[in-house]
Design a protein around this ligand. Sequence first.
Ligand SMILES: *[C@@H]1O[C@H](CO)[C@@H](O)[C@H](O)[C@H]1NC(C)=O
Ligand SMILES: *[C@@H]1O[C@H](CO)[C@@H](O)[C@H](O)[C@H]1NC(C)=O
Ligand SMILES: *[C@@H]1O[C@H](CO)[C@@H](O)[C@H](O)[C@H]1NC(C)=O
Ligand SMILES: *[C@@H]1O[C@H](CO)[C@@H](O)[C@H](O)[C@H]1NC(C)=O
Length: 351
Amino acid sequence: METITQKYFILSLSLLLVLGIVESFDYHEKELETDEGLLRMYDRWRGHHQVEQRSPERFNVFKYNLRHVHDTNKMNKPYKLKLNMFANMTNLEFTNTYANSKIGHYQALRGPPDCNKSSTYGNVTNLPLRVDWRKQNAVTPVKSQGTCGGCWAFATVAAVEGINAIRTGRLIRLSEQQLIDCDSNGSNRGCEGGAMEPAFTFIQEHGGLATEESYPYLAKRDKCDQAKFGHHSVTLDGMEELDGTAEALLKAVAHQPVAGAVDSSGNDFQFYKSGVFTGQCGTDLKHAITVVGYDETPEGMKYWIMKNSWTDKWGENGYMLVQRDVPEKEGRCGINKACSIPLQNPGTPNN
Ligand SMILES: *[C@@H]1O[C@H](CO)[C@@H](O)[C@H](O)[C@H]1NC(C)=O
Ligand SMILES: *[C@@H]1O[C@H](CO)[C@@H](O)[C@H](O)[C@H]1NC(C)=O
Ligand SMILES: *[C@@H]1O[C@H](CO)[C@@H](O)[C@H](O)[C@H]1NC(C)=O
Ligand SMILES: *[C@@H]1O[C@H](CO)[C@@H](O)[C@H](O)[C@H]1NC(C)=O
């Protein structure tokens, strides 16, 4: 009797343990108990991500991150983490490398938006309960900024791709590289960061933005190719800054994808896998993103659908669901704070 119970106990325990699943490679909780087990996991992770480097320092970072992911996933949070391709980076390294558009800095230089200006969507009522521009063919597949702090260009482009698809019915991949190389007379600084509002204005003033095909991404700043201006381009009629409230963001997202920014520091952001993100973050905006929809869970938890530029391996196929309807005026991770939209009138001709 005793042994059967014991056996049953051991069996169910090991079944439970195998559930410590990491993206594309599983681990057994037993592996966490010894350094040999952890080292095996580290090597397995390196194999999976084709990482040659192997050092005691990186192993320490890996162990720290693994512990964080493992412990967080055992808590009853509405989101889960995974040991993704960033597992060999400290949070500081990660933030400096992948979330370094310094949006807060550029926003401070520009000053707050003029909230007295009447906004395009300010008067709209009867908003839909849920919006997902991906389902309307207004969002291109998730891209990869690589180790270039040019997320401002990705957020700009995703918003322009969106309004252009909505206005013309054609979803065209547009060029981040053109902004990174050419939008440098103002405050934008290529891979050293920038902001979306001046980028929209740049596109408007230069007669449009080239396609990604004609001006492909290099993940580094290069010489501006003047020959790429003015053909196969999507044109804009202006841009508008939102007033920083959740209401303004909701109204705008109901009509088009919106460029915005978040404070993406924190281990939970780095290793986000799925679910509604309610994790720790401040409101010091570092990373530009695009809000492409909103919805709520069956349990009634409301969220924004946020498109990122860290490949489709991060988060939910490259997206994060960010909690919405929070008490803080700035929104979760400051997502309400620095939103803007490109304007394209119906019938504006593209070159
Ligand atoms: C960390 O992992 C990435 C792959 O996710 C790899 O490109 C990079 O070289 C690794 N860095 C170190 C220091 O191991
Ligand atoms: C906005 O309007 C109010 C009331 O008319 C006025 O007092 C305020 O100075 C205006 N603010 C800006 C930034 O124009
Ligand atoms: C919104 O309503 C106000 C007040 O009725 C009006 O002055 C403003 O022009 C309207 N804005 C738009 C974009 O229709
Ligand atoms: C930047 O400014 C210089 C000098 O005013 C001008 O010649 C150049 O065309 C500008 N570049 C772009 C891409 O606007």
